[in-house]
Each structure stands twice: as structure tokens, then as C-alpha cells.
Design a protein. Structure first.
Length: 243
């Protein structure tokens, strides 16, 4: 481990770039130094950096759960804790990276300017979208799950039925998905040109991971959480009417 360079660590797993940035450790132009030396130069604890790198690896394993069998409040929390948190944490990094590579390489690779602009748009839309889910839709879904367990009546929401916000959320998912799809095409499926620097490569890897995460995230909502919440609401409303 002592001789592993910062650059190699990033090459093995690009997500580590965000950790190095947090500690102001240069993984790009001056990344060809052992991790220990890089930490010493920046006056940061090598143990702390190693522990954050280790947590990243642990966090990605053993995540094959049968989400369809979960209670909806647990699933809503899972989406927030895993997907929303990730999106919120990576957006500032990706905004900085897409801007940096557009500035440095935009003259020779004009698509980087388009990618920067589209990503900025996706980031803004998704930030608003997640806020609506966290403040309005998910609390209601969680109240449905609790009512189903406790037998308590549901409060009729301001939006009358969950189908209204869900329609809007699904349209917003389509918009974010289209944005990332355009980025995929503009980047020629994240192909890295021979003159690319490490930041260029990391940016494409981060964008690809972002897209993949978005697909998983939207799948959980569109295909499991939302349809089950619609059915549960119908069931609970029906039970209230027949009482
Ligand atoms: Fe969503």
C-alpha cells in the first residue's frame, strides 16, 4: 500500500478522486507519488484518508436486496440515503469537473461545452426534483406505510391523490434521463481521447457512474415505490370510505 501512488488509486477506482479533492491531494498532474507522501505533503493523516478510501469499497458490496418486498417507508428512506445523498454529494464535484475540462479541452473537443451545459441543467432539475420528493411525496408515502401497519386513517393530501405528484416526478425522471442520454451520445459513450488528462478521464467516469446510479434510482421509484404507493393509497382510501 505504501508504494501505491495516488494516480494508481484513482485509476483503479475513479470515485476516490472526490476523496482526494476533499483533502486537496492532487491526483491529476502531480498524482504520481505514493499515498503516504501525498498525505504528508498536504499535512493530512494517512490513516484518515485510508479509512475513507476503505469505506468507499465497503459501501459498494452486498447490495442485492429484494426491494419489492420492503415496506414503502423503508424503501423511501433507502432511496434518500443511497441515491439522493450520492447525487447531492457528487453534483458539486461534477459541476467543477465538467467546467474544468470544458475550459481546458473545449477548444479541441467542443462537445465538452455541451456536456457542461447539459449537466448543469440536469443538476439543477434533479436538485429541485429531490427536494419535492423529500418534502412532499416521500413523507406522504411514509404516512401511507404507517397507516397500513397501524390501521390509522390516512390524511387526504393537498394534492388530492398521489397520482398527481407521481405523474410530475415521472416526467422529471424522463427529463433527467434524456439529459444524461444526450451526454452519453455527445461523449461517444464516454470515450476518452488520447490527449485527455486525468481529470478528463475521471469526469467521464463520474458522468457514467452518475447515469448508472440515476437508472437504478429511477427504476426503484418508477417500477417499485410509485406503483405500490398508488395501490396502497387506493386500498386505504377505499377502507376509509367503507367505514
Ligand atoms: Fe425521483
Amino acid at each position: 500500500m505504501e508504494q501505491t501512488t495516488v494516480r494508481n488509486i484513482v485509476a483503479d477506482d475513479f470515485r476516490t478522486a472526490a476523496i482526494f479533492e476533499k483533502f486537496s491531494i492532487d491526483f491529476c498532474c502531480h498524482g504520481n507519488v505514493p499515498l503516504e507522501d501525498a498525505c504528508k505533503q498536504q499535512g493530512v493523516s494517512v490513516d484518515q484518508v485510508r479509512s475513507e478510501l476503505g469505506a468507499l469499497v465497503i459501501g459498494t458490496t452486498g447490495e442485492q436486496d429484494s426491494f419489492a418486498s420492503w415496506d414503502l417507508d423503508k424503501l423511501a428512506d433507502y432511496v434518500i440515503d443511497n441515491h439522493h445523498k450520492y447525487v447531492k454529494s457528487i453534483i458539486p464535484t461534477l459541476l467543477a469537473h465538467t467546467q474544468k475540462v470544458a475550459m481546458v479541452h473545449g477548444e479541441r473537443h467542443a462537445e465538452l461545452l455541451t456536456i457542461r451545459d447539459i449537466f448543469k441543467n440536469v443538476a439543477e432539475e434533479l436538485t429541485q426534483h429531490m427536494m419535492k420528493e423529500e418534502l412532499m411525496l416521500f413523507p406522504y408515502i411514509k404516512s401511507l406505510a404507517r397507516s397500513a401497519r397501524d390501521g390509522q386513517p390516512v390524511r387526504i393530501p393537498q394534492f388530492q391523490t398521489i397520482q398527481n405528484p407521481i405523474r410530475l416526478m415521472e416526467a422529471e425522471h424522463v427529463s433527467a434521463g434524456n439529459g444524461m442520454d444526450t451526454i452519453r451520445q455527445e461523449s461517444k459513450i464516454y470515450s476518452i481521447p488520447s490527449d485527455a488528462c486525468t481529470t478528463y478521464r475521471v469526469t467521464y467516469q463520474e458522468l457514467e457512474a452518475f447515469e448508472l446510479d440515476l437508472h437504478k434510482h429511477v427504476h426503484l421509484e418508477n417500477n417499485i415505490l410509485f406503483p405500490k404507493a398508488i395501490l396502497l393509497e387506493q386500498k386505504l382510501f377505499h377502507a376509509m370510505q367503507s367505514n
